[in-house]
Write a protein that binds this ligand. Sequence first.
Ligand SMILES: [Zn+2]
Ligand SMILES: [Zn+2]
Length: 321
Amino acid sequence: MSLAKLLNIIVDTYELSKDHFLGPENRIYYLYLLSSLLLALFVYIRKKNKKSFFSYLFDKRIWTSKSALNDYLIFSFNNLFKILFIGPYLIIGLYIAFYINEYLIIWLGFPKKSLSIGQTIFFYTIALTLINDFLSYIVHLALHKIPILWEFHKVHHSATTMNPITQYRIHPVELILNNARGIMGFGIVTGIFDYYSNHELDTVVFIGANIFTFLFMFFGANLRHSHVKLKYPSFLEYIFISPYQHQIHHSINKHHYDKNMGSKLAIWDFIFGTLILSKETSRIRFGVEGNQKDYSSFTNLIWLPFLKAFNLIKLLKKVRD
Ligand SMILES: [Zn+2]
Ligand SMILES: [Zn+2]
């Protein structure tokens, strides 16, 4: 690799890391961080904390812990990984949409009646949100229930302190799975709607599709990975996962394992019996049971899941023979 190419990759990684704070499609966009700050203030006032708001929110033990430092490292590493191995494949979503649209035309002929632009925006937005959220739940469930995948997902759960960057503390293998899931969901829904809207789907619709994501991010998505216990009224927690409900998902307590696996919506957890409401628990500790020490260095966080997954495959083979 030439020096110029290497330099380009470094600059791109830096730009991508910076863009996370500057693009409204990203969770840590500065405006969402700001709205999270206001929601945290609301929780702080209700809690009648003795500390100042600043020291409550920016607790040094949380933001500068070893666990947090690993979050920042994995965040940067994953951005480099994205530039090199994921970015070039995002276009596949459009190919899937194109082929689904073509297939529908061959199979059903041209639609006799097309959706209007308003209908397209409305239904496409809802369909994309529901399908993406459902696929997220299924992939998350698989990450918890399939032992080999759990070894990789454990990286996210091994955080012992949480801050908004912990969201990005995921193993590159999980990053690939999540992106593949996103590409599939986008491709399928876009292909179907492109067919029924007579190709009216353009960038305007793509922006429209983000309204739910925008609301989700604006109402405290950043507090999911934090020590701020933002709970929603119980009836709402059957529909939307509150930040505290996701914190329960990170709990080390056995009763909380494999619970609250939804991304934005709580309905999948409710349907499949994996939902816990905030009012059901008040004290939680974050992390994974047992070998927490294994996950205290960056190299271990990247390398160890491969080793453990390999050992699991070996063991499985032995049992079978
Ligand atoms: Zn999980
Ligand atoms: Zn999480």
